[in-house]
Design a protein around this ligand. Structure first.
Ligand SMILES: [Fe+2]
Ligand SMILES: [Fe+2]
Length: 218
């Protein structure tokens, strides 16, 4: 199978399964991360094909978690315990995503060496994990850039209103708009740090203006 055919198959896979179950982690997020990661990868001389495959599939582990959550009810702790004990090999979406990606690529007879690297990138993108290769650091950087800038503002509002449609725009948690968790330490590559600084400035400025307006100061 050609690389371009694989990308088509992955996009069709995302379209079918990663619709809108986890709110701001749908197929649109995966595609933005992939485009961003490839842009960073081109500057950083990384393997952009590998990056595109892994970035497109990086949040696929949210799909079984989202479905199970919908099916099982509302209590987060019951749901996590139940899944961990009886249903899934892990409740970490990176670990689950790595397994799904491996099976998906195996079924298409994609070369094993690349499949293993994709698996590693996906399992290393979640919170607390260490990114051990350049490509893994780049996918993680691109994913974190989605937590900054205008994109993150849009995602924060999308997420808040998805969880509770009764909430108004002032209900977006302050921490969602602060960007503090991301900069300056979480980004690895110089290219992402530059982009992140710009996105962070915009986020801070939006946040300040928003507060002014809510307080009728402007
Ligand atoms: Fe993720
Ligand atoms: Fe993500």
């Amino acid at each position: 199978m050609e690389y371009s055919q694989l990308i088509e198959r992955i996009n069709a896979f995302l379209e079918t399964y990663q619709a809108d179950l986890s709110y701001c982690h749908g197929a649109d997020h995966a595609r933005r991360v992939a485009r961003l990661a490839m842009k960073i990868g081109a500057v950083e001389n990384a393997d952009c094909q590998l990056i595109e495959i892994a970035a497109l599939l990086h949040d696929i582990g949210n799909v079984p978690l989202g479905w199970s959550k919908l099916a099982l009810g509302k209590d987060e702790n019951d749901f996590i315990d139940f899944l961990e004990l009886y249903v899934l090999p892990s409740t970490d979406h990176g670990e689950l995503g790595a397994l799904i990606a491996e099976r998906f690529l195996e079924r298409l007879s994609w070369p094993d060496a690349q499949t293993q690297h994709v698996k590693q990138i996906i399992s290393e993108h979640t919170k607390g994990a260490e990114q051990t290769t350049l490509e893994s650091r780049i996918v993680s950087d691109a994913d974190k850039l989605e937590l900054l800038g205008a994109t993150w503002i849009a995602r924060a509002f999308q997420r808040t209103s998805a969880f509770d449609r009764r909430l108004g725009i002032e209900s977006v948690p302050e921490r969602f708009l602060s960007g503090k968790e991301i900069l300056p330490n979480a980004l690895h590559t110089e290219t992402a740090k530059k982009m992140g600084t710009e996105r962070y400035r915009f986020l801070v400025s939006f946040s300040e203006q928003f507060q002014h307006e809510l307080n009728l100061e402007t």
